[in-house]
Design a binder for this molecule. Structure first.
Ligand code: ADP
Ligand code: ZN
Length: 740
C-alpha cells in the first residue's frame, strides 16, 4: 500500500498518514493533497513517505493537487525543523511557508480582460458603413485596429470607451474579449526616495574591506555566518548589494530580510534600481494577490533577489547563496504567535541547509549574535566609521528631574530641546522627535476616589486617545474601547484626571509651540490605513514636512539626509518594564534613533531627555559605545543567569480562573520535574504572569532555564505527549523576546 504523511492546517495536530488509492498518482513531498480530517476535507501538504507499510486503518487521499512540489524540499525540511525546535505543529509551520490562497484548489492569478479586434471588425472599420455603428462603437474599432495584441478593458475605459460598448461589439463578432493573466506589481505607485545609481559609486576603504571579507566567505560556497557590525550610516546596504551582485554572477540567489518594508523603502528601492524586475518582495503589507504573484515568480526561479520581512525566510528560492538579515537585533523578527519562530535564527538554519553565507547586519547587534562573533563562531566584519567620514551625532542629555524642578511637572519638551528645534526650523533642516509610547495619556483616574480606568479584560490601564468626539480610552492589548465619561463611574465626582503622555500629546505640544512647522506623526494609530506610513515618510523625505514625531517606527533604518536633530522625549520608557532585556532594548533604540541624525552634509545632534541620566544603557548609548555596553550587559546576564548565558523557555498557562490556571501550571511543572533530563535545567515558578489577565483569560507563568535546550525541549515534548489536554491551555515560547 502506498502511504503518505501529511501536515494539515489544524493547530496542535501531528502528521497524519493516508493511503494513496490506485487511481491517484503518488504525490510529491511538498505537493498539496485534499484529505479527510474528521468530518471535513482539508488541503494538506505531503511531508514524507512513512517507513515500511504499516497495516493501520488509514483513510484515503481524495485528490492530489500538484504534480510538482509546490514547496521545494528544502523548505519542507526547514518547516519540520521549525515545528520541532519551537514545539509547534508541522501544519502551522507549513502554513507560514505557503503562498496565500494555497488552500484553495487551483492557484489563482489575477486576470485582466483584453479586447482585440476580429477580422470581421477590421472589415467594419475599413468599409464605410456596412452595418450601422454608433460613433462610440466606431471609435472603439478604430482604437483597437491600431493595436495588434489588443487593449485591456481598463485601458479602454481610461480612453472613454466603456466595457458596455465593447460588449455590444463582441456580441456582433467584431471584437473578441479574452482573459489574460496579469501580475500585480507591488512596486506600482511606490515612492522611491533617495536612490542613487549605485554601481558607479565607489566603496569606501572600510566598505571594500568588509565586502572582500564577506565575498571570500560567500565564495567558499558552504555554510558560514558573519556579523556585519557597522555603525549607523556606515553604508551596510551598499555592501549587501555588492554581495548580491557577486552571488548572481555565481548563479546564486540572495535573500535580504528587513524588519519592515515600509520602514526601509530606500533599501528596497536601491535593490530594485540595480536588479530591476529580478527582485521580488514578500511581506504582509502586500495584498494576497500581490503576494501570490510574487511568490510564484520566485518559485519559478524568475528572480535573483527576494527582499522580505520575517516570513520571507520561507521564500521558495532554490539556489540561495547569500542570506542577509538586516537590523538583525530587531524584535519584529520574532513571531508572537504559533509558530513562535525567530526569523534570524531560522535564516541561519536555512543557510546551513542550503550551504549559504548568512550575514547578520546591525549597528547594535543582539547580545546573542555578538557573543557568537566574539567566540569565533561567527566571522566578524566591522564598519567603524560613517561613509565620507561624516561624524556620528553628538548627544546631549537633559536631566528631566532638574527640568521638572525648574519648570513644573507638566513639562513635556525641555527648554534645551525647544531651543534646538527652533534653531533647525530656522535653518530649514529637519527634526525627528521620538517617544516610544503611543496615545495621548497613559492613564485616567478619579482624583476623589482614586478609581483608575483599567481594561475589563486585561490587567492594564486604558490609554487615552484623542478622537473626533471627545476622548476615547483604549486597551492596547485587546482593543477594548470606551468613551471617557465626564464623571467618575464609581463616585460620580467630576474630577477625572489624565496622567502620563504619549505621542499624541507630544504632537499637540509641538504644534502649539511651533505653529508654523509642518508636523507629521508616525505610530500604529496614525498609519493604520494601508499606504499611510509610506505616504508620511515620503512626504518627509521630499521636504514637505519639517518635523516627524513618532514611536520606535521612526528610529529604524531610515536615511533622511536633511535630518540634523533627533529629540528623545522619555529615553527611559522601556526601562520600567519587568523584562531582562529592557536595558538592551533601550540601548538599541537610543543608538538607532541618534543614528538618524547627521546622515547628510550637516552634522547631527541628539537631545535625550531622561529621568535616569546615570543609567548605563543611556550613558553608553550617548557615547555610542557598543563594546562597553555589551560587557556591562553580559556581566548582568551572567550574574542573573539570563540569555545569552543560558537558554530560556517561557511557558504561559491560561485558565478561566486564576486558580484553574495555577492548578494546571502546577501539574505541568510537576510532570516536567519528573523528566529523566530534569537535572540539566531549572524551573522558575509557576507565578502570576505580569499581565495576569489578558483578553479575559487568567495567566500563570513559569520559566525553564538551562544550558541544554534539547533537554528542555524533550521534557516539554514528553509532557505534552502525556498530557495532551493541556495543549490548548499553554503557550510555549522557546527563546522568548517578550516575557510579559
Ligand atoms: P547603514 O545601513 O549602515 O546605516 P546606509 O546603507 O543607509 O547605512 O548608508 C548611509 C548613507 O550613505 C546612504 O545615504 C548611502 O546612500 C550612503 N552611502 C553608502 N555607501 C556610500 C559610498 N561608498 N559613497 C557615498 N555614499 C555612500
Ligand atoms: Zn484589554
Amino acid at each position: 500500500m502506498r502511504q503518505i504523511s501529511v501536515a494539515v492546517p489544524v493547530p496542535f495536530l501531528d502528521l497524519l498518514t493516508y493511503n494513496v488509492p490506485d487511481g491517484i498518482a503518488l504525490p510529491p513531498v511538498g505537493g498539496r493533497v485534499r484529505v479527510p480530517v474528521g468530518t471535513r476535507v482539508l488541503t494538506g501538504c505531503v511531508i514524507e513517505y512513512p517507513d515500511g507499510t504499516s497495516a493501520g486503518e488509514f483513510k484515503d487521499v481524495i485528490e492530489a493537487l500538484d504534480h510538482d512540489p509546490l514547496l521545494p524540499p528544502d523548505i519542507v525540511a526547514l518547516c519540520r525543523w521549525v515545528a520541532d525546535y519551537y514545539l509547534a505543529g508541522v501544519g502551522d509551520a507549513i502554513a507560514a511557508a505557503m503562498p496565500p490562497g494555497a488552500r484553495r484548489k487551483a492557484t489563482s492569478f489575477k486576470t485582466k480582460r483584453v479586447a482585440a479586434i476580429t477580422a470581421l471588425g477590421l472589415g467594419a472599420t475599413w468599409t464605410p458603413d456596412p452595418i450601422s455603428l454608433t460613433p462610440k462603437q466606431r471609435e472603439a474599432l478604430e482604437v483597437l485596429s491600431a493595436s495588434s495584441t489588443g487593449l485591456a478593458l481598463s485601458e479602454l475605459r481610461d480612453r472613454g470607451i466603456s466595457a458596455d460598448v465593447i460588449g455590444r461589439l463582441a456580441v456582433r463578432g467584431l471584437v473578441q474579449v479574452r482573459a489574460e493573466a496579469s501580475e500585480r506589481d507591488p512596486f506600482e505607485g511606490a515612492v522611491m526616495t533617495n536612490v542613487q545609481a549605485s554601481p558607479t559609486r565607489e566603496l569606501t576603504s572600510e566598505q571594500t574591506q568588509a565586502f572582500e571579507q564577506l565575498a571570500a566567505l560567500a565564495d567558499i560556497g558552504d555554510f558560514r555566518v558573519a556579523l556585519l557590525h557597522g555603525v549607523t550610516g556606515s553604508g551596510k546596504t551598499e555592501v549587501y548589494l555588492r554581495l548580491a551582485e557577486r552571488a548572481r554572477r555565481a548563479g546564486r540567489q540572495t535573500l535580504l530580510m528587513v524588519p519592515e518594508i515600509a520602514l526601509t523603502p530606500s533599501v528596497t528601492a536601491l535593490f530594485r534600481a540595480t536588479f530591476g524586475d529580478r527582485v521580488a518582495i514578500q511581506h504582509s503589507g502586500l495584498s494576497d494577490g500581490e503576494r501570490h504573484d510574487q511568490w510564484h515568480r520566485i518559485r519559478r526561479g524568475d528572480v535573483d533577489v527576494v527582499v522580505g520581512t520575517r516570513s520571507a525566510v520561507f521564500t521558495p528560492l532554490t539556489r540561495v547563496g547569500v542570506i542577509v538579515v538586516d537590523e538583525e537585533h530587531d524584535t519584529s523578527y520574532k513571531q508572537e504567535e504559533a509558530p513562535r519562530y525567530h526569523g534570524r535564527d531560522v535564516a541561519i538554519v536555512r543557510g546551513r541547509g542550503e550551504k549559504a553565507l548568512v550575514v547578520l547586519g546591525s549597528a547594535t547587534p543582539s547580545m546573542e549574535s555578538y557573543q557568537h562573533a566574539l567566540s569565533g563562531k561567527y566571522t566578524r566584519a566591522t564598519l567603524e566609521r560613517r561613509v565620507l567620514d561624516r561624524p556620528l551625532a553628538s548627544v546631549r542629555l537633559v536631566n528631566m528631574r532638574e527640568e521638572y524642578a525648574d519648570q513644573g511637572p507638566d513639562i513635556v519638551i525641555s527648554r534645551t530641546l525647544v531651543a534646538a528645534i527652533e534653531d533647525r526650523l530656522q535653518r530649514s533642516e529637519q527634526v525627528i522627535v521620538l517617544l516610544n509610547r503611543r496615545g495621548y495619556a497613559t492613564a485616567v483616574f478619579c482624583r476623589q476616589c482614586g478609581d483608575a480606568f483599567e481594561c475589563p479584560n486585561c490587567t492594564i490601564s486604558l490609554t487615552v486617545h484623542t478622537a473626533r468626539q471627545g476622548w476615547k480610552a483604549r486597551c492596547h492589548y485587546c482593543n477594548y474601547s470606551m468613551t471617557v465619561p465626564k464623571q467618575c463611574r464609581k463616585c460620580a465626582a467630576p474630577y477625572l484626571e489624565q496622567a502620563g503622555f504619549g505621542t499624541e500629546k507630544v504632537e499637540q505640544h509641538l504644534r502649539e509651540r511651533f505653529p508654523d512647522a509642518r508636523i507629521g506623526r508616525v505610530d500604529r494609530d496614525s498609519v493604520r490605513r494601508k499606504g499611510a506610513l509610506a505616504s508620511i515618510l515620503s512626504r518627509f523625505a521630499a521636504g514637505e514636512l519639517d518635523l516627524l514625531v513618532g514611536t520606535q517606527m521612526i528610529a529604524k533604518g531610515h536615511d533622511f539626509p536633511r535630518v540634523t536633530l533627533v529629540g528623545v522625549i522619555s529615553a527611559d520608557v522601556g526601562l520600567g518594564v519587568a523584562d531582562f532585556r529592557a536595558g538592551e532594548r533601550t540601548f538599541q533604540l537610543l543608538t538607532q534613533v541618534a543614528g538618524r541624525a547627521g546622515r547628510g552634509e550637516q552634522v547631527g545632534e541628539a537631545v535625550v531627555q531622561t529621568l535616569y541620566p546615570e543609567h548605563y544603557s543611556i550613558q553608553l548609548s550617548c557615547q555610542q559605545d557598543y563594546a562597553a555596553f555589551f560587557d556591562r550587559e553580559l556581566a548582568y546576564r551572567r550574574g542573573m543567569r539570563y540569555p545569552p548565558t543560558v537558554a530560556l523557555v517561557n511557558v504561559v498557562v491560561r485558565g478561566r480562573s486564576f486558580d484553574e490556571a495555577m492548578r494546571t501550571a502546577t501539574d505541568v511543572t510537576h510532570r516536567l520535574k519528573q523528566s529523566t533530563v530534569a537535572g540539566s535545567f531549572i524551573i522558575l515558578g509557576p507565578a502570576p504572569a505580569p499581565l495576569v489577565r489578558l483578553r479575559g483569560e487568567h495567566r500563570v507563568q513559569f520559566f525553564l532555564k538551562g544550558s541544554r535546550r534539547v533537554d528542555m525541549r524533550n521534557a516539554l515534548k514528553a509532557m505534552l505527549a502525556e498530557m495532551p489536554e493541556v495543549r490548548r491551555k499553554i503557550t510555549i515560547d522557546i527563546d522568548p523576546l517578550n516575557v510579559l
